[in-house]
Structure formats: structure tokens, C-alpha cells
Design a binder for this molecule. Structure first.
Ligand SMILES: NC(=O)C1=CN([C@@H]2O[C@H](COP(=O)(O)OP(=O)(O)OC[C@H]3O[C@@H](n4cnc5c(N)ncnc54)[C@H](O)[C@@H]3O)[C@@H](O)[C@H]2O)[C@@H](O)CC1
Ligand SMILES: Nc1ncnc2c1ncn2[C@@H]1O[C@H](COP(=O)(O)OP(=O)(O)O)[C@@H](O)[C@H]1O
Length: 304
């Protein structure tokens, strides 16, 4: 096995080790596990081609942020930018515009009132980080879901769906949901342990025909056929606010560059964790901004 993977079930008296890389049987409950390996990611990360330009690498739209949580939107945009999207547009409340222009001048702005004008110009869309859960965010999410475009759904988009469960039925096929444990349980009901949670996630991924990124020390990436990929990268130095916002931006950037939902999800998780691992060799803890900024160097090392 590439890295010894010890997976602790909360109700187990002893840690259980899953030999995920050998397991390819996808037909039964516990057989469908596979470890994400560096070569899997290297295979899907495309080199920057000669004569390519910003249009070659997609246009991502991120709908995020509220007055109190504008940072989540900026971190999401940072993840998207550093993961290589050709163009990144951020839709935030107007009060965040100065912060955006000062901190991320590469990123464009779209007013909330113009979101629905022409969504077809974007090759990937994400909604949720720091969005807030008030009535304006609820109706924004509702309108977006009605457009039936696959998107990355994170943080407050998931929290809103937990409060209004009928919205779950509008999740467009091909979407990527990125809940942490608590967001998952809010959305799909409380689970007794990680094994139950994983089975619930497999059912949900099949039901909604969407990829579920169940974030954890070892993040599970569950495909629409119920297959579970386990990401081996990442470490406790990364346990800081905003880390998930960066991951959402990264997954959206890989979608924008043309990867499938599953490939974008596992590539985002692997590179995100690898960036954190690389930094943790020299830093006791690492911030979400550091992880984002370090992405291009990590990818450069992976693609020689
Ligand atoms: N700079 C910013 O503006 C930030 C904004 N954020 C946004 O703020 C909104 C709400 O995030 P909150 O952090 O308040 O709420 P969450 O629901 O994400 O977390 C609430 C609490 O649950 C616990 N928790 C979280 N993940 C867990 C896990 N995997 N296992 C066990 N317990 C866990 C933690 O104690 C946490 O304080 C989201 O939209 C989020 O995107 C956060 O991302 C943090 C940074
Ligand atoms: N102890 C850890 N080991 C590995 N990865 C971690 C650890 N703690 C957090 N992470 C990663 O950081 C991210 C946290 O996401 P999330 O909880 O949504 O953060 P936030 O809401 O603050 O943005 C996930 O990708 C998770 O895998």
C-alpha cells in the first residue's frame, strides 16, 4: 500500500485497516474501496500546452460570501485561481468588491443580480462557501438549482438544503457535494458511526447521481455508482477554518478545465492534501491561504 492507511471507526475498540488498493469489487457493500494514488492524479492533470491561453483552461463561477464571511469567498477564489482555472469569476455581495480587488486582482466580479444572465459561459459553477443561510441565500440557491446545471455544492448551500430538504430533489445530476461530517449528518440525517455514514453517502450519491466528497482526515470521494475512493493526503496541520473553502475552489477549477466530476473531486482532494503535507514538513500548522498558494509548486513537482 502506498501509505499505511488506518481508518478509525468511532465505535470500534481497535483501529481497522482497510486494504483499499486491492479492492476493486464494486458490487457489494464493503468491496468498493480504492485508494487514490499519485499516478491516478498525474494521469488526469494535463500539462499546460504550448499556444494555450486563458480560454483553454475554463471559466469558473463561484457564488459565495456574505458580509461576515467574505473571507470564505476569497479563499474559494484563491483555491480556484491557484488550481489553474483560465478565468475565475466571483459573485459576492458588493461590499466585498474592494477586498476582492485588493487581494485577488486576477479574479473577476459578477453582481448577484446578474447571475442568471448567461450561465452557459461558465464551464464550472460552485455555490456555498460563506454564503449565509438567510432568505436571500435560500432563494438564490433555489433559483440556481432550477437551472439544472451541475455544480459544486458546499458549506451554506448544503446547510440551506438541510433546512429545506425538498431542495435536495433539485440537485442537478453530475454535481459534486462537499460536506464535512456535520454538514453530511445535517443533510442526510444523523449517523451512528463512520461506516453507517459511508453507506448513507453511497446511497445518496447513487440517488442524486452526484459525487459526494465526505471530508475527513482521510476524505472519501463517493462516485455515482457507489464506488468509494479514499484520499490519503492531508494532515492535522490543515485543521483550520477556510480549508474546505479552498478545496471547493480547487475542485471547481479542475471541473472548469474539463475533468469529470469524479476526477475533479479526487484530483482536488489529493492536491489539496499534498499541498498541506508539503507545507507541514516546515510549519506546525498551515493556513488555508498557504495551502492555496502552494498548489502550483506541488503540481509542478508531480508533473515533471
Ligand atoms: N474566513 C471565513 O469567512 C470563513 C467562513 N467560513 C464559512 O462559514 C460558514 C459556517 O461555517 P462554520 O465553521 O461556522 O460552521 P460548520 O458547520 O462548518 O462548523 C460548525 C462546527 O462544527 C464542528 N465541526 C466542523 N467540522 C467538523 C468535523 N469534520 N468533525 C467534527 N466536528 C466538526 C466544529 O466545531 C465547527 O466549529 C460556512 O459557509 C463556511 O464556508 C468557514 O469556512 C471558516 C472561514
Ligand atoms: N486533521 C486533518 N487531516 C487532514 N485533512 C484535514 C484535517 N482537518 C481538516 N482537513 C481538511 O481540511 C478541509 C476542512 O474542510 P471544512 O471543514 O469544510 O473547512 P471550512 O468550513 O473551514 O472551510 C477538508 O478538506 C479536510 O479534509
Amino acid at each position: 500500500m502506498e501509505k499505511s492507511l488506518r481508518y478509525y471507526l468511532p465505535d470500534a475498540s481497535a483501529p481497522e485497516e482497510i486494504g483499499v488498493e486491492q479492492s476493486t469489487d464494486n458490487s457489494s457493500g464493503q468491496g468498493a474501496y480504492q485508494l487514490v494514488r499519485e499516478q491516478d492524479v498525474q494521469r488526469v492533470l494535463l500539462p499546460r500546452a504550448s499556444f494555450s491561453h486563458k480560454g483553454t483552461y475554463g471559466h469558473a463561477l463561484l457564488i459565495a460570501g456574505a458580509a461576515q464571511t467574505m473571507g470564505a469567498a476569497l479563499l474559494c477564489a484563491k483555491g480556484c485561481l491557484y488550481a489553474g482555472a483560465g478565468l475565475t469569476t466571483l459573485s459576492i455581495p458588493e461590499s466585498g468588491l474592494t477586498a476582492l480587488n485588493c487581494s485577488l486582482p486576477e479574479v473577476m466580479y459578477l453582481s448577484r443580480s446578474h447571475i442568471s444572465d448567461d450561465l452557459n459561459q461558465y464551464t464550472a459553477i460552485a455555490v456555498g462557501p460563506g454564503l449565509g443561510t438567510g432568505s436571500a441565500s435560500h432563494s438564490l440557491l433555489h433559483d440556481l438549482l432550477l437551472m439544472e446545471k451541475a455544480m459544486v455544492l458546499d458549506a451554506d448551500a448544503l446547510n440551506i438544503m438541510s433546512r429545506y430538504p425538498q431542495l435536495k430533489e433539485l440537485i442537478p445530476a453530475g454535481s459534486v457535494l462537499t460536506p464535512h461530517m456535520k454538514e453530511f449528518d445535517r443533510l442526510f440525517g444523523p449517523q451512528q458511526n463512520w461506516f453507517e455514514r459511508l453507506q448513507a453517502a453511497r446511497s445518496a450519491a447513487e440517488k442524486y447521481q452526484s459525487v459526494i466528497v465526505l471530508k475527513n482526515q482521510y476524505t472519501f470521494i463517493i462516485g455515482t455508482n457507489g464506488k468509494v475512493l479514499i484520499n490519503p493526503t492531508g494532515n492535522p496541520a490543515m485543521a483550520q477554518g477556510g480549508m474546505g473553502d479552498v478545496l471547493t475552489g480547487m475542485i471547481t477549477a479542475y471541473l472548469a478545465q474539463g475533468l469529470s466530476a469524479e476526477k475533479a473531486a479526487f484530483t482536488g482532494c489529493y492536491v489539496h492534501g499534498k499541498s498541506g503535507d508539503d507545507l507541514a514538513e516546515n510549519y506546525f500548522n498551515v493556513s488555508a491561504s498557504q495551502v492555496a498558494r502552494h498548489i502550483p509548486r506541488v503540481v509542478r513537482q508531480m508533473i515533471k
